[in-house]
Design a binder for this molecule. Structure first.
Ligand SMILES: C[S@@+](CC[C@H](N)C(=O)[O-])C[C@H]1O[C@@H](n2cnc3c(N)ncnc32)[C@H](O)[C@@H]1O
Length: 352
């Protein structure tokens, strides 16, 4: 029994350690440039972001005026190994840290505080060093689920961050519960999580813009990366490359209103039916036939091209539930061969 709980604690610690990877400014800029008009007059909250270490905080602090933000809030987490790396915490006026105690930053304006003729991140640094009201210690550990962080969440209009993947389900559940707008990073796998998929299916959540290719994340030097091609060290900083990391949001995007151009015609030979479902197999999203009226099974990556005016998502592969709705439970077969995950869709604009 003792051994079991020791093992599960170790497992938890390992999982938590895996959460320590940090988003690069370039990736944040590439995505957030598309939403610029939507931040005006809004309160943005980065709730998994050690403020001066996080590029999310830096992006919003540096662009506070250009985006017309009303307020920027950022909270750090007690177990963050990078706290105080960029700006020693003892230099922050509102904090009197003994160690790396979690804290919050609340920025209501950014002016030329350091009087150097320009307004930017240097002014935020100056404010932190000189104004005791900007950074204040948190009472608890900075967990996004803690009461004080939930109070901040309630104030916020838009939450933007890369949350801990080990708590992704809970993280999204909380955003939905408090009906917040968000732009967050997550693994492509999340698409097939039951509750998450339901949100996609109901058009309450969709994918952002920059979801192709791999992204490099900064990691602590002792972060274990078994695959050689996925790691690099540049100027003493270690990076980990991850494919399939995607942006998820419920802010409107132009992308989700773009129609996928279809050019293929349906033939029963090219698009066979599954053994256990009344749906055809379409193995490539680009090859969705333009004239098929029934249900089609497509790869999970379809979600990145999903326009709800063009297609309807019926479900995910699996058994048909008692209510006739496809569920996640079972596999799908084609000519007795088990297939990888499929999303089931219908074309709303069938060309005859
Ligand atoms: C994937 S990292 C991303 C950090 C930062 N948002 C970024 O994009 O660079 C997730 C962060 O969430 C923090 N974290 C882990 N569990 C947390 C929790 N329960 N509440 C708040 N933050 C947490 C981790 O310490 C880690 O810094």
């Amino acid at each position: 029994m003792v051994k079991k709980s020791l093992n599960s604690n170790l497992h938890k610690a390992n999982k938590a350690k895996k959460d320590e990877f940090y988003t690069q400014l370039i990736d944040i800029e590439k995505e957030l440039k598309h939403y610029k008009g939507q931040f005006r007059g809004k309160i943005v909250y980065c709730n998994c972001d050690d403020p001066f270490e996080s590029n999310f905080f830096k992006y919003f602090a540096a662009n506070f005026n250009a985006l017309g933000l009303k307020k920027l809030i950022s909270t750090s987490y007690t177990n963050s190994p990078i706290a105080g790396g960029q700006l020693p915490l003892f230099e922050v006026k509102g904090l009197k840290p003994k160690g790396k105690e979690p804290f919050k930053i609340e920025l209501n304006e950014v002016t030329d505080s350091d009087a150097d003729g320009a307004v930017g991140l240097a002014d935020v640094k100056w404010l932190l060093k000189n104004d005791a009201n900007i950074a204040t210690p948190l009472k608890g550990d900075g967990d996004f689920r803690s009461e004080e962080c939930i109070e901040l969440l309630k104030q916020a209009d838009i939450v933007v961050t890369n949350p801990p993947f080990s708590l992704f389900r809970e993280y999204v559940e909380q955003l939905v519960e408090y009906k917040r707008k968000f732009i967050i990073l997550g693994d492509q796998n999340a698409i097939t999580y039951k509750e998450f998929f339901k949100l996609i299916k109901e058009n309450r959540l969709w994918l952002g813009y920059d979801n192709n290719g791999t992204k490099w994340f900064q990691v602590p030097m002792d972060y274990d990366i078994p695959t050689e091609s996925r790691k690099k060290i540049v100027n003493g900083v270690k990076y980990f490359s991850m494919g399939r990391i995607m942006w998820f949001t419920n802010l409107d995007t132009t992308k989700r209103h773009e129609e996928l151009t279809l050019y293929k015609k349906y033939t029963p030979e090219e698009y066979p039916k599954y053994d256990n479902y009344d749906a055809i197999e379409v193995s490539k999203v680009a090859e969705i036939p333009e004239n098929y009226t029934g249900v089609m099974g497509v790869p999970v990556t379809f979600v990145d091209k999903y326009n709800p005016d063009q297609f309807q998502i019926i479900g995910h592969v699996g058994s048909v539930g008692a209510d006739g709705v496809y569920s996640f439970a079972n596999a799908i077969y084609l000519n007795s061969k088990k297939l990888f995950k499929r999303i089931l869709i219908k074309n709303k604009k069938v060309k005859k």
